[in-house]
Design a protein around this ligand. Structure first.
Ligand SMILES: *Cc1c(COP(=O)(O)O)cnc(C)c1O
Length: 479
């Protein structure tokens, strides 16, 4: 079998790793994998996760600050990644009872687990307190519930306060989460420092997790939290850690030119009512309103020059009005720096592999290629996943076609990629389609069991010298 990337021209070429290419070169083996484990199969490469962790660690260690990384496991369900995180000496950010419980079962402790759920049920809080795991509190009701449970258990709860409402460049950032930083200073602290709480709640940290991907906003938020820590110290609350949450960007695409051309062509097509190259002429966020281009690209910023450790450096290097950097102040105030990257630690960690089931031409003359998977098994929270897929095929190229890949849900909108994909020939039944770099959010976050479809299988691939075999694939750990 051969393999080819879709859209050789006018494409959005994804960055791929050697382990992926290695598998593309072994098409028959991937067929065996689908035969054995069903379609689609999510294939993970844990060593790539380890590499990402190492790169982050080295970048932070350069600053000589105390730190801990917590892998945000909501970005991917696999237990193997949690095990690997602990093996690598980093922590795990949990956001539900089961995520927390599994981490505890895998040996997670007060040192390497944090609970940040948006809704904290009593059983989550109880389990966290029993294991002295820090709980990031969002509001006073959670504070009171934590106090109640801790006093029942006669054990002190360690908490961090989630903060929001930072003012950045004269604009206050709205969030539904957390304590508003201005209100906290004015009203809330006097409640939190009341004598009665002392025995059962200890405020150890501050936390934020911002929407969007601005390093300036994160830099300012960290700076404001450092100032808040100084104010809290005057009220006898010693902040030990500040956690900047996740949202560290990752770059999916090889070429800036391709990304800019894509955006430009899409804008042009929407403005001039031309075909956009997307299913049903979806503008992916752009609209033509009374002859004017409105809206913005409603997808993840798949091409990012500032990503990973550069992003992090911008946050740590951010300077306050007095010219002091966040890194400098963290060290001076003796505060541990924490972060909770999900997506960016999953860079190059996974692919989604599916089988071609049928091909058909619709009434508009468009080719639709039906895959044995559904839209929830590779779903972005935004308008589209803008990476060209790969196709593994047997036949020699004959006639170029443009296709849409469709999924198994009974919805008109179950079109796996909104973009039309040009291929050197029509895929045959049983050919294989591979979507790359899907480990962060794409595989699991929105996966549902509608129609009673089985959930996709999660496998780990271990790369070895020479030709891989089925034995190089193992199922995700079950606990
Ligand atoms: C989702 C989330 C993260 C991880 O975000 P990424 O964008 O995957 O890095 C970290 N912390 C909190 C509180 C979150 O909600």
């Amino acid at each position: 079998m051969k393999y080819i990337k879709g859209n050789i021209e006018n494409g959005l070429t994804p960055i791929t790793s050697s382990w992926m290419t290695h598998l593309f070169q072994n098409g028959p083996l991937l067929k065996d994998v689908l035969h054995e484990y069903g379609s689609p199969a999510n294939i993970h490469h844990l060593d790539s996760f380890s590499e990402n962790v190492t790169v982050f660690k080295e970048a932070i260690e350069h600053y000589e600050i105390a730190y801990q990384i917590y892998y945000a496991r909501k970005a991917n369900k696999c237990v193997s990644l949690v095990k690997r995180a602990f093996e690598l000496g980093i922590g795990v950010d949990t956001a539900s009872y089961k995520e927390l419980e599994q981490c505890v079962q895998l040996g997670g402790t007060a040192k390497n687990v944090v609970l940040t759920s948006a809704i904290k049920t009593p059983n989550q809080i109880k389990l966290a307190i029993q294991h002295e795991i820090p709980i990031i509190l969002d509001n006073l009701d959670e504070w009171n519930l934590t106090y109640k449970i801790a006093s029942e258990l006669q054990k002190k709860a360690k908490v961090g306060l989630r903060m929001s409402g930072f003012t950045v460049e004269n604009e206050k950032l709205y969030s539904r989460f957390g304590f508003d930083i201005d209100m906290l200073v004015e009203d809330t602290i006097s409640i939190l420092v009341e004598e009665i709480y002392k025995d059962f709640i200890a405020i150890e940290g501050l936390h934020f997790h911002l929407d969007g991907y601005s390093t300036t906003q994160r830099g300012k938020a960290l700076s404001d939290c450092l100032s808040l820590a100084e104010k809290l110290a005057l009220r006898n609350i010693q902040i030990k850690f500040i956690d900047i949450g996740g949202g560290i960007t990752m770059n999916y695409l090889e070429s800036k030119e391709e990304w800019e051309a894509f955006t430009k062509n899409l804008q042009h097509a929407v403005l001039h009512h031309l075909p956009t190259g997307t299913f049903s002429n979806n503008g992916l966020g752009y609209e033509n309103i009374n002859g004017a281009l409105e809206g913005k690209l409603n997808t993840y910023p798949f091409y990012n020059e500032c990503n990973g450790i550069d992003f992090l450096r911008n946050v740590l290097d951010f300077k306050d009005a007095a010219g002091h950097s966040n890194a400098y102040k963290l060290k001076k105030q003796n505060i541990q720096f924490r972060l909770e990257p999900g997506r960016s630690l999953l860079n190059q960690v996974g692919i989604t592999v599916a089988k071609v089931v049928h091909r058909k031409k619709d009434a508009k003359g468009q080719w639709l290629v039906g895959l044995d998977m559904n839209m929830s098994q590779m779903m972005s929270s935004s308008a589209d996943f803008l990476l060209d897929p790969f196709v593994l095929y047997n036949e020699n190229p004959s006639e170029e076609v443009a296709v849409y890949f469709t999924g198994a849900y009974c919805l008109e909108r179950d079109v796996l990629l909104k973009r039309k994909i040009t291929l050197p020939q029509l895929p045959q039944i049983d050919d294989i389609v591979v979507f790359v770099n899907t480990a962060g959010y794409m595989m699991h976050f929105f996966e549902t069991e509608a129609h009673l479809f089985e959930l996709s299988s999660n496998l780990n691939f271990t790369q070895t010298e020479g030709n891989p075999s089925l034995e190089n694939f193992t199922k995700d750990v079950e606990i």
